[in-house]
Design a protein around this ligand. Structure first.
Ligand code: PLP
Length: 295
């Protein structure tokens, strides 16, 4: 790393570039630059991961690295150097000012147009404060994703299930939720199957049964969901990936949205209908899964 920029551990948000597969520079975010011809910028042609860090510990690092490789394979990108990404992530985190919670993004693009060399970099940042949503819950609306549930099989070129850099649609859906007076979205297929949120997986509870949509439904395999299932299994609950209809969603005893930054957010209102929030149970899951104490 460059001593000028990383001689202190009080840096704020910063990026570490991974050039030629080796992380060698850490610079504050305001001084970072990216080639304007990089296909990440011009086409959104790349993949990424967003990893939660709590008290300096990476959450589900191995699952994130594996998913980066999986997404890259879906886009026919060169195999990413995961060891270099991990080293960059660790060095970036070490260079950042410590915070109770941070996010580390791994970004991997097809590189500069015509150069035939992938480019990658990481970014360490302080995410928004999610404590209110974790405790009090969020308002969600269901939105039609415009796809059938079997899109991953029928049309793999649509890249459903890869974590690509093209998030404009996901952001548009979140703005639509806001227009409808909600905080977040649960996408439903045209044939009425529950899919995922624009940045989250869905967890549905009926009694002691916990279900999440199957990953062959054209959705991202969630690292947070996998970690939460490990906890629920250890607690003796009945967990499974399933095909969940909108009617089953509407009749749920409880629903949560799961994602790396926000971790576990109970849904307190679905399409305008109030839903019970068991704050104590959510707090238990947050503690057992991520070692997160009360806000
Ligand atoms: N689904 C989508 C579309 C996402 O973008 C994300 C995360 O950003 C998730 C699910 C949740 O994945 P994870 O828990 O690994 O963050």
């Amino acid at each position: 790393m460059n001593d000028d920029t990383t001689s202190t551990t009080t840096l704020g948000d910063l990026v570490v570039y991974v050039e030629g597969g080796v992380a060698d520079v850490a610079v504050p975010l305001g001084q970072a630059s990216l080639n304007v011809a990089d296909l990440a910028v011009t086409r959104g042609d790349g993949v990424f991961e967003s990893i939660g860090v709590i008290d300096g510990r990476f959450i589900e690092l191995d699952r994130h690295l594996a998913r980066l490789a999986h997404s890259a394979a879906m886009l026919d990108l060169p195999v990413p150097d995961l060891a270099a990404f991990e080293a960059a992530a660790r060095r970036g985190l070490a260079a950042h000012r410590p915070e109770p919670e941070l996010l580390v993004k791994l970004l991997y693009s097809r590189g500069i147009e015509g150069a035939d060399e992938a480019s990658g970099w990481i970014q360490v940042l302080t995410g928004p404060d999610h404590s209110g949503h974790r405790r009090d819950g969020i308002r969600a609306v269901t939105l039609d994703r415009g796809y059938r549930h079997d899109i991953a099989q029928t049309s793999p070129w649509l890249l459903q299930g890869a974590k690509t850099l093209s998030y404009a649609l996901n952001k548009a859906a979140l703005r639509e939720a806001e227009r409808r007076g909600a905080d977040d979205v649960i996408f439903v297929s045209t044939d009425d199957i529950v899919l995922e949120g624009p940045t989250s997986n869905v967890l549905v509870r009926h009694g002691d049964r916990f279900r999440t949509p199957r990953t062959d439904l054209g959705i991202l395999a969630g690292t947070t969901q996998a970690a939460v299932f490990d906890t629920l299994d250890a607690m003796g609950f009945d967990t499974a990936e399933a095909v969940i209809s909108s009617a089953e969603l509407a009749s749920a005893d409880a629903i949560w949205l799961l994602s790396s930054g926000r971790l576990i957010a109970p849904v307190r209102e679905l399409d305008g209908a109030p839903l019970a929030v068991d704050a104590e149970f959510t707090a238990t899951l947050l503690q057992k899964t991520f070692g997160l104490g009360p806000a």
